[in-house]
Design a protein around this ligand. Structure first.
Ligand SMILES: Nc1ncnc2c1ncn2[C@@H]1O[C@H](COP(=O)(O)OP(=O)(O)O)[C@@H](O)[C@H]1O
Ligand SMILES: [Mg+2]
Length: 303
């Protein structure tokens, strides 16, 4: 498949004592969903700001669909790649939602009716139809997050880059946003790159994960990355709760080769187990069970 983003040996230094990125290599294929996970200060935001040419590497290079971000005009890059900032107040700056969503398409030089069409489509996708005349600053945080994604979607990018999309959202807004992002990939084939430290969202949002801590520490499927508890601990990352629960169940004799990473995976797993074991799940407590559980809890202790 075509390479959507290629990052080669990218380094970035804010000042002598802040080396934010060190020789980062990354490849994202068209249609893929990638998560970049890492603790606070790992360089996630810094990396994303290189993807659409806001920052330029001290060393190395970034290509989007084979074009070097350093050599192409920013107006060209933002047609392909849309970046949703963590803070919606950085994205929304016009008096109305309509103006915010129309801003990009107007700058592309589109005609008035095309601009209007793009704005309506983006609002519909985000469930914000009817918000055209609302003032961004009077929206709830969840609505602002959706509006900032809509402002990016009105540019119809092939690649969507999101910085901590689930941070500070209440559970319903969080679930809605995750569904919307998933849908954009499934229905429109949009390539998704998400930077996050919300590990519980990763299995649903990504097919492949990069662990970033200035350098790329590891790369692989969610299953591979989250099975490596030492890796997660060393990089100050949580393990998804569902994963921990099924490891506990294993101590009680639950038979499970591949631990589920999301509630949906868990439902599938439990259903399969009940069906193959004659309508029951068999658990036990042996002499060693409590020791095993204690060891497991020690393993997950952070410090
Ligand atoms: N504008 C800036 N000026 C100086 N240092 C910065 C700036 N932005 C980020 N940093 C530093 O760069 C490092 C990486 O930050 P950042 O990319 O925001 O990490 P993350 O998004 O993973 O939390 C941190 O040490 C941070 O303090
Ligand atoms: Mg950040």
């Amino acid at each position: 498949m075509r390479e959507a983003i290629t990052i080669k040996n990218l380094s970035y230094t804010y000042s002598e004592d802040t080396r934010a990125l060190e020789s980062v290599n990354m490849t994202v294929h068209e249609g893929e969903r990638i998560a970049i996970v890492g603790p606070n200060g790992a360089g996630k935001t810094t990396l994303l700001l290189h993807l659409n040419g806001i920052l330029h590497g001290t060393d190395g290079q970034v290509e989007v669909f084979g074009k070097s971000v350093d050599k192409v005009k920013r107006e060209e890059i933002i047609k392909d790649i849309g970046l949703v900032f963590q803070d919606p107040d950085d994205q929304l700056f016009m008096p109305t939602i309509f103006d915010d969503l129309a801003f990009g398409p107007i700058n592309l030089g589109l005609k008035e009716d095309e601009v209007r069409e793009r704005v309506e489509k983006a609002l519909l996708t985000l469930g914000l139809s009817g918000y055209e005349n609302r003032c961004p600053h009077h929206l709830s945080y969840g609505e602002k997050k959706k509006a900032s994604l809509a402002a990016v979607m009105s540019m119809e990018p092939r690649i969507l880059v999101l910085d901590e999309p689930t941070a500070n959202l209440d559970p319903r807004s969080r679930a809605e946003l995750i569904e919307i992002i998933k849908g954009l990939n499934e229905r429109e084939g949009i390539t998704i790159v998400t930077a996050t430290h919300d590990v519980n969202a990763v299995p649903t949002l990504a097919d492949r994960v990069y662990v970033l801590n200035k350098r790329i520490i590891a790369e692989g499927t969610s299953q591979k990355i989250f099975s490596d508890v030492e890796l997660l601990k060393e990089n100050n990352l949580e393990v998804p709760e569902v994963f921990k629960l099924f490891e506990v169940l294993q101590c009680f004799g639950y038979n499970c080769e591949e631990l589920p990473l999301s509630v949906d995976d868990a439902i599938e797993h439990l259903t399969r187990t009940v069906e193959t074991e004659g309508g029951h799940i068999h658990l036990h407590i042996h002499k060693h069970t409590h020791d095993q559980v204690r060891k497991l809890k020690d393993k997950y202790e952070h410090h």
